[in-house]
Ligand binder design. Structure first.
Ligand code: CUA
Length: 389
């Protein structure tokens, strides 16, 4: 094969790479595998528009090819004169103005219907505030239904738990820079912008775990900012939410008790564990507001989550090996090694800005600093964290 032929076959084959990648099976972030009514509505629109576009493509390409071949210059044609030149055909011009206009009007009509459909909101549905943080997602459930999101509500991180088959209204905003929330199986993307509140509705047909990731570049660990939606049967969801409103109970003996003490000195400047350090902060006059509107996850029910550290590390062993820690695997085999590695040196697990150094002109620390804990302290803290289910 000559070099030129090799090069041209490469040019022909290269576009096939993304095409083949699109055929991957078991791709959890497949945008063409809707698993709820909202994403299905978007998918239906896409399929319709794609069919129209494919039809236009085939007609135009084959028409062009036909004309090129049919009217090509033939070998025995030695007439050097141009054929008779014509200009303008009113009927054709009217036709190719009207036909595309009608096609676009049809596409526009169905687009509008889809837009109205996906923007519909049931104000009585469960409302969750979604907060983008560098680099993890915080979820605040309006548990008492007062329309406010504050320290009286349930807070969780990385895993958004919802009831299956029901609408959930999200109010998306950011605590620092612009992020973007995206669970492809359930809906499109929505930017998380500081100072703004963007609505998004989620609805999953079936119980399951649906994964996504931040899709707006938001700094050093943008690529390490994931989110998951865990949909549960409605009654299972109710008991989950009920459990999340409970406070943690402080362990009284063993390594876990030592871990709780360490938590108070090492971690409670940023993390909240209700029932353990919420009183302490009220006494110090800081209140808990600083913490819950702060930059670190509420750890009260840490061990009830499937993942941690912005969704990049599994908290429980993925028993069936499908790459996703599902709800029924939470509470199974604790992935101690991951929690230890994180406490040993968080910035080594996830690139973060200037460990332990405040921003110039601000009081925010990006990500979790290396606390220089000893192995014994790490052991105690992990024991303590495991009790917070
Ligand atoms: Cu958050 Cu990218």
């Amino acid at each position: 094969m000559t070099r030129r032929r090799r090069l041209s076959s490469l040019v022909v084959l290269l576009p096939l790479v993304p095409l083949l990648a699109a055929c991957a099976s078991d791709a959890p972030q497949d945008t063409m595998n809707p698993q709820g009514p909202i994403s299905r509505s978007i998918d239906n629109l896409f399929n319709g528009v794609f069919l129209v576009a494919a039809f236009v493509f085939v007609v135009v390409e084959f028409g062009t090819l036909y004309l090129v071949i049919r009217f090509r210059r033939r070998k025995d044609d030695d007439n050097d004169e141009l054929p008779a030149q014509t200009h303008g055909n009113t009927k054709l011009e009217i036709a190719w103005t009207i036909v595309p206009a009608v096609m676009l009007a049809v596409v526009g009509f169905f687009t509008l219907i889809t837009l109205f459909d996906i923007n519909r909101r049931d104000e009585d549905a469960l409302t969750v505030q979604v907060t983008g943080q560098q680099w993890w997602w915080e979820f605040t459930y309006d548990t008492n239904g007062d329309g406010k999101f504050n320290d009286e509500d349930v807070l969780t991180g990385s895993d958004l738990v919802i009831p299956a088959g029901q609408d959930v209204n999200l109010k998306i905003h950011s605590n620092d820079v612009i992020h973007s929330f995206w669970i492809p199986a359930l809906n499109g993307k929505k930017d998380a912008v500081p100072g703004r509140e963007h609505p998004l509705r989620l609805n999953a047909d079936e119980p399951g775990t649906y994964v996504g990731q931040c899709t707006e570049f938001c700094g050093l660990s943008h690529g390490y900012m994931r989110q998951r939606v865990i949909a549960l049967e409605p009654d299972e969801f109710d008991s989950w939410l009920e459990h999340q409103t409970e406070k943690a109970s402080e362990p009284t003996d063993g390594e876990a008790a030592a871990g709780a003490e360490l938590f108070a000195t090492q971690c409670s400047g940023c993390h909240l564990a209700r029932g353990i350090n919420d009183d302490q902060f009220a006494e110090q006059g800081n209140g808990t507001e600083l913490l819950v509107s702060g930059n670190a996850p509420d750890l009260t029910h840490f061990a009830s989550r499937g993942v941690f550290a912005g969704g990049i590390l599994d908290l429980w062993v993925d028993q069936d090996g499908d790459g996703i820690v599902e709800h029924d695997e939470i509470g199974g085999e604790f992935d101690r090694g991951n929690v230890e590695a994180w406490l040993r040196d968080p910035p080594a697990e996830k690139p973060m800005d200037a460990p332990a150094l405040p921003d110039p002109g601000g009081d925010k620390i990006r990500g979790m600093p290396d606390l220089n804990l000893t192995e014994e302290q790490i052991d105690q803290l992990v024991d303590f964290l495991q009790t917070m289910d």
